[in-house]
Design a protein. Structure first.
Length: 397
């Protein structure tokens, strides 16, 4: 999988331009700026003497190419397409412990001591790590990066938390620009949402319970404007997934959303993960052709669990998408796009990004539609009550 081919499992960021103390913009993003920084922070071959990885930028299609001399290889109209390479050496933990134990034992025997002092042990450990790293093979990985320099967003072809943290740090050191994860709340909300409050706690939708808000006693509601620079609140993202589940059933998978000038179909596909608000509680994972109708999902709801991850399919006109939405970020992952038939790699990339943006705009419009209803004081007596009744009706079937 990568950004240019196959399913897209990338992390999506928006890019902020920092300003100086005088309020003036520090840098202007253009081709010359990007080329200069890519060359300055390109990957450099070096001897690896510690467990810390070595990072640097490279060509998106060939990690050995780090020159960035031909602008046509990585600047494609509004996009900058490049790679991030990581080289590192790893020492097997169990083997390292065994060798260290052997050396400590040998030191004690040689010096007639029952126990090895902490300072000596630390010295033996440091020397052993150096020796084993010298013999270890180098692990080489690379990931694609696609930067829309006009609209100010970026895709990084990796979803692992640790790798993304390194990438965000390196991107700031290289370009002086801050990356923030994109959530639906980042898009311009309708004027009706401005100043409205998002309930601090979630809703208990269990059919056997009275519909009520679960939150922190005395906590003030969080305004939408405050939440825009934060990840989507966990209870909101899980309730959004529940709302999608509800809508796919009662509306027979048909969706009409303001701002999207067409009707589209959406349904659950293959997998759903249910999780309680208490993260210590084990998750319930249900797989199947239509997992949301499975009895396991109903039982999980009875125990206060909500969907935290759903695999969905969406059909718009003659185009079909498959993707995963996961709480709390709600970024589409494992995205399978409709087949693209183009004459060149560059044209295929433009078409793929057009389709990816279309999917993202639909998800954002759906979330905004949900949010406009969720912040209404009448939610618990209108749509929220309808969801609870729908769950109760399902249990009786």
């Amino acid at each position: 999988m990568s950004i240019t081919k196959g399913a897209i499992n990338a992390s999506l960021y928006r890019i902020g331009n920092p300003v100086g103390s005088d309020g003036e913009q520090v840098c202007t993003v253009n081709n010359d700026f990007v080329i200069d920084r890519l060359k300055g922070f390109a990957f450099r071959e070096r001897e690896i003497t510690s467990a810390d990885p070595v990072w640097g930028f490279c060509d998106a299609r060939n990690m050995l190419d780090v020159s960035f001399d031909d602008i046509n290889d990585f600047i494609l109209d509004r996009y900058a397409l490049f790679g991030l390479r990581q080289d590192r050496k790893r020492v097997p933990t169990a083997l390292f412990k065994a060798h260290l134990q052997k050396r400590v034992k040998a030191w004690c025997a040689e010096n007639g001591r029952q126990r090895c002092p902490a300072a000596v042990r630390a010295e033996l450990k440091e020397l052993l790590e150096f020796e084993m790293l010298q013999r270890a093979n180098t692990e080489v990985k690379s990931w694609q990066v696609l930067w829309n320099m006009v609209d100010g967003w970026l895709l990084f072809d990796n979803s692992a938390l640790g790798t993304n943290e390194h990438f965000v740090k390196l991107f700031f050191e290289s370009f002086g620009l801050v990356l923030r994860p994109v959530t639906p709340l980042d898009l311009p909300s309708d004027d009706m949402l401005r100043g409205r409050a998002i309930l601090t706690g979630g809703i208990d939708y269990r059919p056997s319970e009275t519909l009520r808000t679960i939150g922190i006693d005395g906590a003030e509601p969080l305004p939408v404007s405050t939440a825009e620079d934060s990840p989507v609140l966990p209870h909101l993202s899980s309730e959004f997934l529940l709302w999608l589940w509800y809508r796919t059933d009662v509306d027979s998978c048909k969706f009409e959303v303001p701002g999207i000038e067409k009707t589209f179909d959406m349904w659950s596909e293959g997998r759903v993960v249910m999780r309680a608000r208490d993260e210590d509680t084990s998750a319930t994972t249900v797989v199947g052709e239509n997992p949301c109708v499975a009895p396991e999902c109903r039982r999980a709801m009875e125990h206060g669990k909500l969907p935290s991850e759903m695999k969905l399919s969406l059909r718009s006109d003659d185009r079909e998408f498959t993707f995963v939405l996961k709480s709390p970020e709600l970024q589409p992952k494992s995205v399978s796009l409709p087949q693209v038939i183009s004459g060149s790699d560059d044209e295929a990339l433009y078409d793929r990004m057009f389709l990816y943006e279309e999917l993202r705009s639909i998800i954002s419009a759906l979330f905004e539609q949900f949010l406009s209803k969720r912040v209404e004081p009448t939610w618990v007596t209108s749509e929220g009550a309808a969801i609870q009744k729908w769950l109760s009706d399902q249990d009786e079937q």
